[in-house]
Write a protein that binds this ligand. Structure first.
Ligand code: C5P
Length: 216
């Protein structure tokens, strides 16, 4: 398969030196890219600002903001069989970016924000026969919210994780996730390395692709 994978956070600049972002390190998305390439898939990895080396045989495109990530996803989607949106896209961005560093005295205590576009929802009309995989990082019981996002974003597979659990979520080498698909029981996976989680996600993706092919 030709896989398009996004990873890492996005950075929403206030001025050239200040930004809004989140704790994503890109480890899960890079593990997916590495395992997918090792299995012989053709991988394009769209990465936000992260400190990780590009996995072997992976084509990497670096972006900074959600708007840039959306442009890259739009441009690359036609050549992909599946999109895995592993990136932690910032929900909000400053309404304007100052071209030069703001002096402290020029800044006000409030920052005007506007919502970023939802990348999955924006490219949904171009989905056609492609498989879409999403991630839901939640605190507390992630399943209800993840199931809601699976449906609203029209996904084939949702990877839900409780980022408040020890060993799960941001900046760890392990993850504990539950896989949700429409009309299927939840598959709760134990705590395992992100590399093994990546393999389980790719197994499910392959099964989904085979089911889709049989339907054609
Ligand atoms: O942030 P949220 O919990 O809604 O993320 C769920 C899924 O939607 C993730 O796969 C994420 O990459 C994707 N997403 C997106 N565009 C956004 C925010 C999230 O595609 N602006």
């Amino acid at each position: 398969m030709r896989l398009l994978i996004t990873a890492g956070p996005t950075r929403e600049h206030i001025d050239p030196v200040r930004f809004i972002s989140n704790r994503s390190t890109g480890k899960m998305g890079f593990a997916l890219a590495e395992r997918a390439a090792a299995r012989g898939h053709t991988v394009t990895l769209i990465a936000g600002p992260v400190a990780l080396a590009t996995p072997a045989a992976v084509r990497r495109l670096d972006v900074v903001s959600a708007a840039e990530m959306l442009d890259a996803v739009r441009a690359e989607l036609p050549a992909a069989d599946a999109l895995i949106m592993c990136a932690a896209v910032a929900d909000w961005r400053p309404r304007s970016i100052h071209p030069v560093k703001l002096k402290k005295r020029e800044m006000s205590a409030t920052l005007e924000l506007e919502p970023n576009p939802d990348i999955l929802l924006t490219v949904k009309p171009a989905k056609e026969g492609r498989l879409f995989v999403g991630f839901a990082a939640e605190t507390g019981d992630p399943l209800a919210e993840a199931r809601r996002k699976l449906e609203s974003k029209g996904l084939d597979l949702m990877v839900a994780n409780d980022v408040s659990q020890p060993g799960a979520g941001f900046a760890t080498d392990t993850n504990r996730v539950t896989l949700l698909a429409p009309g299927a029981p939840a598959e709760r996976l134990p705590l395992m390395s992100k590399r093994d989680v990546a393999d389980r996600i790719l197994d499910r993706l392959q099964t989904l692709a085979e089911t889709e092919k049989k339907r054609d």
